[in-house]
Structure formats: C-alpha cells, structure tokens
Design a protein around this ligand. Structure first.
Ligand code: SIN
Length: 281
C-alpha cells in the first residue's frame, strides 16, 4: 500500500514526474518535503502544476532544498536576490536558455546543484522545455568510451557576460567576470552514488587538448546525450513550478515561436530560483 502524501506521475521513461497533492505556498509537512526530495532524486526533474506563488512563496519553497544564490550576469528581481526574471517578448524568437542543451553555470568551480523555475506567463502551445537524463547518457556508453572519459576533464567557458541580457528586451545585465572551470567528464552524484556524464553546451574543449582535438569526442557525446529516449519534454501551463537537479540533467527552452519574427508570437515569463553550488566530483 502507498502511504505517500503526494502523488508522483512520471511523464516519460527517462526522467521527469508531475507531483500532485501539495500546495507549495506551505507550510509543507516534513514528511511531504522528504517525499518530494525522494521523487526529485528518482526523477531528476519534478513539476508542480496549478501553483499560485508570490516571489516570497517561490523563494521559501525553493529554500527547503538549498540556499538560493544570485545569477552572476542577470539582475535579480527586487527584494529577492536568488530569483531572476526570464522574459521573452512577443516579437523575440529566442528563449533565454535556448542556447542548446546545457546545465546552468557549469563554467564556475561550484555550479548550482539545481533550480526551481516558475512559469508566470507561457504560450498556449510551444515554448516547452526539454530535459535530459545524464545518468542514462553515461550508462549507455561503451565500456571503451567510459574508460577513455574516466581520466578526462572538460573545460567549461561562459559566453560573454553581456550576452545573457543584451539580446533580450526584458532582461537586465549585472556586470561580472566571465567564468571558466575544468570539471571531470564523469561525475558521481553525492547522494545517489550514480555516475553521470558531465558535459554540455558550455564544455568547449578537453583539458590539455586543443579545441580541434576535443571536438570529435565532445560532439559525439553531445549527440549521444541528445538521443530522444534520454529526454522528456514538458509543456508549461501558467503557475507550474519545475525543480531540476542541475548536476545530472541538461535542459533547453525550445525555440519554436516562429510567429515572433512577424510580431505575432507569445510572451513567455519565468522566474528562476537558482540553488547554491557544489564542486562536481
Ligand atoms: C533556463 O535555462 O534556466 C530557462 C529554461 C526555460 O525557460 O525553460
């Protein structure tokens, strides 16, 4: 018999689950938080629909799982240093986070362990987010490739800091230095003990190797990880909150607002709470 206080419904074979039966405005009982945490580690990204959250309630909920940290290159919303507003206007086609499959801020020594993204204004169709399970991406590699990667580190480099706001009418720049950090290509999750592939759009080359030497390996791994069977695709409705484990997933805000270029697209507004960082091992 299932004695859980929440209902957890997987949305794909690889990762992702919707959680029903909890009002994130709180207070949330300790056993319910423990169940959410368990579902988070099992499904890697969890979704809560039909939530009505103020920025404070959003921050309070996210803070149950980690300290919140400011984004290095984007201004936080007033009064909430751990939350940024992500805006795509109707005539803008690219979503922030639409730079291809990535994990957040891995060009820092201690990248965020996760994020809680809350949908304030989303299109009736399109504007979905794709998530990828990096445990599966690792586990399905050949033994030869696993052995090759075991001693390699990837060098992660940020885009120009201004680019995180310059191309988006509704985003506001925060001045900060660009980031660069080397991390193992294979990491072990500190809680589950499972190994995951650790590379994403920010991984520009392998340590002690040139870009030209690295690209064939990195490109192969990127296309392998992007196999549809390792992913889930989530369609947002207003008031949905998604919480992902940034250590073992990648995500991509699908850039499919084709009507935007003629001005007939949809506005999309998300609030992202970013979790504190930890050095990947
Ligand atoms: C992000 O990359 O953090 C944003 C994803 C999204 O807006 O769907």
């Amino acid at each position: 018999m299932n004695n859980r206080s929440i209902d957890v419904e997987p949305i794909a074979g690889a990762l992702g689950a919707e959680i029903n039966g909890v009002d994130l405005r709180g207070p949330i009982a300790d056993n319910t938080l423990a169940e959410i945490n368990e579902a988070f580690h099992e499904h890697l990204v969890v979704f809560f629909r039909n939530q009505d959250l103020s920025p404070k309630q959003h921050a309070d909920f996210a803070s149950h799982f980690a300290e919140l940290v400011p984004h290095p290159f984007v201004q936080s919303i007033d009064g909430f240093p751990g939350i940024i507003e992500i805006v795509k206007e109707r005539d803008e086609k690219t979503n922030w986070g639409g730079i291809n499959l990535h994990s957040d801020l891995t060009f820092f020594e201690e990248p965020p362990i996760g994020a809680a993204l809350y949908a304030r204004e989303v299109p009736p169709h399109g504007g979905d987010t794709l998530f990828v399970n990096m445990y599966l991406a690792y586990e399905t590699l050949s033994e030869g490739m696993k052995a090759l990667l075991a001693d390699l580190r990837g060098v992660h480099i940020s885009a120009a800091p201004s680019s995180y706001s310059a191309n988006f009418k509704g985003m506001h720049e925060k001045r900060n230095d660009a980031g660069s950090a080397a991390h193992p290509m294979v990491i072990t999750h500190p809680r589950t003990g499972r190994r995951a592939l650790y590379t994403n759009a920010y991984t520009k080359h392998l340590e002690n190797m040139t870009v030209e030497e690295s690209r064939p390996i990195l490109d192969y791994l990127a296309s392998h990880a992007a196999r549809p069977e390792f992913s889930c695709r989530f369609h947002w409705t207003p008031g949905t909150l998604a919480m992902w484990d940034n250590r073992v997933t990648m995500h991509y805000a699908i850039e499919d607002d084709f009507a935007a270029e003629s001005g007939g697209g949809y506005r999309r507004v998300m609030h992202r709470a970013t979790f504190e960082g930890e050095r990947p091992h």
